[in-house]
Design a protein around this ligand. Sequence first.
Ligand SMILES: [Zn+2]
Length: 390
Amino acid sequence: MDVDKFGWTPKCPARFTNGLVDIRQIDEQTFALWGGDVPTLHPIANHLDEGYVHALTLNSTFNSPEYNVFKDGKPQAITKVASDRRRLEATRFEAASRALSQTFFRGKVWRQEEVSMILNVQVTVDDIPLEPPEIIASRRHLLGLDRGVGINVCPKGAYVDLHYGMVSHSAAFILLIVGTLDEGLRGLSRTFGPCTKVWILFPGCVPENRALFHQLNGTRNILARAGDMIGGIVAKVDSSFDIELPAGALHAVFTLTGGFLAGINYTSIECLPMMGAWLEGCLESFQVNPKNTCADLDKYLKALVATMANQMPEHIPGATSSWLRLLPILQSIMDRQLSTPKLYSLLRGLEKEIKQGRKDLHWATSCGCGSYASDFGGHFLKNHLVHIES
Ligand SMILES: [Zn+2]
């Protein structure tokens, strides 16, 4: 990869201390660092025409403001202030148009400060039929798609800094934008036509990687200072393969040949401990970004209740242990009166949902706290809720 040619030198570390392994030749040690759940490539059977994806993107951009525009790596914000709104909409539309035209000048290398891109134009799975690969769907207990399909438009030279698939990941990066980069957990991405990207990935299940990310979060050029992360994988992917990412995988993406990328995100019961591990760090600095942390927590709690309702005893100890690690942090937020109305309503919602007598939540199983519960829902209500002053 010609880092200099694209102006990526400030975006990359001088060296990756622990090296990067090619996704097509993952060794045993790297496989183990990812907990056996590594990013994978899947050949595509039905290719969609790039022109179709282009038309779809234009149509959705005109019809919905729910997309994000970046110029020189900075979000072009939306505001609710009426007087500024028209000006900002114009700025965003201009940047979106620039991203599209830059994308089709494929021979030109854009200066990094010129590069514009559009992220997360929302379409449906009827428009672009993406689904989790069979091998994932058959081995994991999927809880469904997080949203529809998101389309990104990136010209040659575009760069998305290191992030992971939950909402609160990059405080400074994301605060100003609508929606998220890729808010689900496991993820599948596909490019169209000549579009080619290089992905650099690190396992989020390695505590040292998470700690380093939390330390760098909110600053620019995170990848450039993440050269010490371990378990790194590099993947050059064109439009003949989908790339599937496991839950919580940290990734930075470089666009070698501009074009369109479509992606979906999905949660599985198996994702819950990973979601919890990332949430732990975000909750510890809850005041920094309560809104996005609550959005992550909302997803986590939905997955937790779904796991409980699924009545698969083998997943309960892992799920409850993960919740029991979050519990004291949440309690401390309450006790120090740092909570927000949203956090209150999420925690009350959890209690209400279990209390409402949903039969599927009340069954006999071993809990992650070590005790056996003849009525798991009842046991959870009695022992494992955050105490909220009313
Ligand atoms: Zn328990």
